[in-house]
Design a protein around this ligand. Structure first.
Ligand SMILES: NC(=O)C1=CN([C@@H]2O[C@H](COP(=O)(O)OP(=O)(O)OC[C@H]3O[C@@H](n4cnc5c(N)ncnc54)[C@H](OP(=O)(O)O)[C@@H]3O)[C@@H](O)[C@H]2O)C=CC1
Ligand SMILES: CC(=O)C(=O)O
Ligand SMILES: [Mg+2]
Length: 591
């Protein structure tokens, strides 16, 4: 009886509503939203100024229990919060306590993502103040698992999804993003997510994670960062069969269909945000990555992190390692396992730096560098069948079809893993490196940890503690014969946040290889004697904001020198200027 009265008051009776489409009404439902049937249209009303309850629900302005008594009065928060006022520092302490209680890294990841959706400044304060502890959670290795399970983790949009369905409408899609002033876009098409392969639309975890680092490590404002996933389908059979898959359920578009969508995207970005927005390509498969970089490098401010950022960070590690292993860059010989984006990108930047140092042509310095792919050592007899980015590395040598034999034949002083395949630096390979090098430099770059070419333990034990070791994903310190070794993390995360900041503060319009060298030089210069004494070839991440400011300053200086900077006049002290531009996550006071 009471129900019938309510329905009559609301102007509808149970008899008017199709029981199959009825969604239940609420008392005093003025706009008819709650009692509308599924086939009646309603308008999604909202407020434009955040105050009261909506202020607490707005992650950019929410301060949780840190709202002062005055703010609680002026912003209609009385009664919506318990009486205690907790400072941001105390909130941070509480959150860290609760995150540390989770044993499973993915639970920590979920807790952090929920925090970001609830209270953005607190999220960044945690990340900045506890960078070494939280980097493996928001970034590799945990972000890899998060991408594999992104379909079930997805709750709210953290970035833009641009799929083939949006063809012809990409500009409109960009305008749906709530922020207008964008400085950095990280975009993926999900085809090569870390060393985990094609994760399709679920690759979104990578742009989201990389941009969180842009803010935490490089000081870019969160509102200026835009994660984008381009969805052209996936060739991952498991995802295609998964009823909960969040992406387009079709095989990947290729050829003209692919390039047209990408071209529309690149044009729309320039039209909407102008020429000075940094577009970072991330985790594209190599058959698209090199082409996109070459095609848009002359018209847009593009940067491929896997090819260029990785190269810059590895060159920095190698240059720093020379203090431990001795000699000049050109005195060393390099062997790579993996001749894709990372492998050939690094090889080219090392050859370029060697060429600058020795004043010899890059064609000559490339001869110090050898690469192995899935078919064996890259040699001149294979040249005709090689992808274009491998051709410069096809040197004269008899065919060698596995890594161990290549190590024995080339006798490199530096061994670099960029294959995406775990445990490929076998005991025999590491022992061979140790047999002809006093201090072999071994870099196992593949991510996440499961794909690392070897572990820190394997590198140190296989060389009786003589190896200088760094890896793409972090390994814990390892004790061998009473000495504690701290493995370095050779990851582009050292470079791209500062590199991007340098582009932004100088108003650069194009990326130039010399800027990568400048970034690399700045990073290598930050390794201290104390770091070297522990076997480290990178500075600790705990200093990363200072390091990023130095990288940004070097990159910006190079942009000015090359005439590629548009922000004039050039600030005199670029390091100070970079530092002064960095976002701080401290809560603001509301009037
Ligand atoms: N630490 C860091 O900062 C970074 C790390 N990476 C990591 O590097 C890895 C590779 O990335 P990327 O270069 O973009 O990938 P690509 O797919 O472009 O390249 C992979 C290369 O590895 C080769 N390869 C694959 N399997 C084997 C094998 N069993 N033996 C020998 N060679 C093999 C491939 O050979 P073929 O050409 O014959 O197929 C190819 O040359 C990933 O795990 C990624 O996470 C990437 C960027 C940054
Ligand atoms: C670190 C990174 O960019 C990668 O593994 O792809
Ligand atoms: Mg990457």
């Amino acid at each position: 009886m009471e129900n019938t009265m309510k329905e009559m008051r609301d102007g509808a009776s149970v008899l008017d509503i199709d029981p199959k489409s009825a969604v239940g009404g609420g008392v005093e439902d003025v706009y008819g939203e709650d009692r509308a049937s599924e086939d009646q249209f309603v308008t999604p009303w909202t407020f434009s100024v955040a105050s009261g309850y909506s202020l607490l629900r707005d992650p950019r302005h929410n301060k949780g229990l840190a709202f002062t008594e005055r703010e609680r009065d002026t912003h209609y928060l009385r009664g919506l919060l318990p009486p205690a006022v907790l400072s941001q520092d105390l909130q941070e302490k509480k959150l860290m306590n609760s995150i540390r209680q989770y044993q499973v890294p993915l639970q920590k990841y979920i807790a952090l993502m929920e925090l970001e959706e609830r209270n953005e400044r607190l999220f960044y304060k945690l990340l900045i103040d506890h960078v070494e502890e939280l980097l493996p959670v928001v970034y590799t290795p945990t972000v890899g698992e998060a991408c594999q399970k992104y379909g079930s983790l997805f709750k709210r949009p953290q970035g833009l999804y641009i799929s083939l369905k949006e063809k012809g409408k990409i500009l409109e899609v960009l305008r749906n993003w709530p922020e207008r002033s964008i400085q950095v876009i990280v975009v993926t098409d999900g085809e090569r997510i870390l060393g985990l392969g094609d994760l399709g639309c679920q690759g979104m975890g990578i742009p989201v994670g990389k941009l969180a680092l842009y803010t935490a490590l490089g000081g870019l404002r969160p509102s200026a960062c835009l994660p984008i996933t381009i969805d052209v389908g996936t060739n991952n059979e498991q995802l295609l069969k998964d009823e909960f898959y969040i992406g387009l359920r079709q095989r990947r578009a290729t050829g003209q269909e692919y390039s047209e969508l990408l071209h529309e995207f690149m044009s729309a970005v320039k039209q909407n945000y102008g020429e000075k927005v940094v577009i970072q390509f991330e985790d594209f498969a190599n058959h698209n990555a090199f082409e996109l970089l070459a095609k848009y490098g002359t018209t847009h401010l593009v940067f491929n992190d896997d090819i260029q950022g990785t190269a810059s960070v590895v060159l920095a590690g190698v240059v720093a390692a020379l203090k431990l292993i001795g000699g000049k860059l050109a005195d060393h010989s390099f062997l790579f396992l993996g001749a894709g984006e990372a492998g050939t990108g690094i090889a080219e930047l090392i050859a370029l730096e060697m060429s600058k140092q020795t004043k010899s042509p890059v064609e000559e310095t490339r001869k110090k560098i050898w690469l192995v792919d899935s078919k064996g050592l890259i040699v001149s007899t294979r040249k005709d069948s090689l992808q274009h980015f491998k051709k410069p590395w096809a040197h004269g040598h008899e065919p060698v079809n596995n890594l161990l034999d290549a190590v024995k034949a080339i006798k490199p002083t530096v061994l670099i893993g960029s294959s995406g395949v775990g445990r490929t630096f076998t005991k025999e390979v590491i022992e061979a490196m140790a047999s002809f090098n006093e201090k072999p430099l071994i870099m196992a770059l593949s991510n996440p940890t499961s794909q690392s070419e070897c572990t820190a333990e394997e590198a140190y034990t296989g060389t009786q503690g003589r190896a200088i070791f760094a890896s793409g994903s972090p390994f814990d310190p390892f004790e061998y014969n009473g000495k504690v070794f701290i493995p370095g993390q050779s990851n582009n995360a050292y470079i791209f946040p500062g590199f991007g900041l340098g582009l932004v503060i100088s108003g650069a319009i194009r990326v130039h290889d010399d800027m990568l060298l400048a970034a690399s030089e700045a990073l290598a210069g930050q390794v201290t004697k104390e770091n070297f004494d522990k076997g480290m070839i990178y500075p600790p991440f705990s200093n990363i904001r200072k390091i990023s400011a130095k990288i940004a300053a070097n990159v910006a200086a190079k942009a000015y020198e090359l005439g590629l900077a548009t922000r004039l006049p050039r600030p005199e002290n670029l390091v100070k200027y970079a530092e002064s531009c960095m976002y701080s996550p401290v809560y603001r006071t509301y009037r």
